[in-house]
Ligand binder design. Sequence first.
Ligand SMILES: [Zn+2]
Length: 282
Amino acid sequence: MEEPFLRTIKTHFNIVPFSSGYSESSIIAGISTRYGGVSLDPYDTLNLGLHVNDDSECVVENRHRLATDVGIPLERWVFAEQVHSSSIQKVTTDDCAKGSESYETGIMGVDGLYTNESNVVLSAAFADCVPLFFSSKQHSIVGIAHAGWKGSVLQIAEKMVNLWVQNECIRVEDIEVVIGPSIQSCCYEVDDRVINEVNKVVNKGEPTPYTFNHDGSYQLNLQQLNKQILIRNGISPENIRQSSHCTSCQVDDYFSHRKENGKTGRMLGFIVNCEQEGESAS
Ligand SMILES: [Zn+2]
């Protein structure tokens, strides 16, 4: 499968267009790297997380730098608290800038955001957890979710799909998902505690999203688990794309919580439906 994340500028990878069917609007989405910021070791340099004991002035400067490179000012970005839940909130223009300069003003208690308004940048912080980017070419709707192992087994992916289908009248066949760079099975060793929870959400007949190690531990593939959950909920496999990037293997490009023993920064995943010039707000 072709890698959906391409880098043309040092601060971030962009998702190559979700599809060619987006005519009325264009989606800008991607994930930041650790380059181009002002934070010092171990947050060097483009740490975008305000909750990791980095100097908050550096983080806000870094966020402005990313926003500038993405082309949409930080005042249009929305941040979530992220508590390893499966809670998702629909946001609007009124939520713009929440959490942008202080963690406490973000959208509390949620790990997923979606909007059907243009020029509202949805963002979420990552350092190994799986970023899920949602979109529909027939509708001006975008979403982002933070799926670590907890969010994955709580099936935040399913919840986003259900919200769109039930509350937004989106047909499931119109939903596209991109699974972003995360820690991959090569580097993600877990124990029984995690696998017991994973087993509860793997249906009969589905592939096992982990392998066994000789010492009784496991190598977990969180991307595969999320993909299975999406397919089970009606998302067409052709509408799911997946990054091959491993945040732990590629620690020069990305922050990795596991690889760096918990002392590191955060990337930001982001997605926005940009209204093109000349179009009226609808
Ligand atoms: Zn790896």
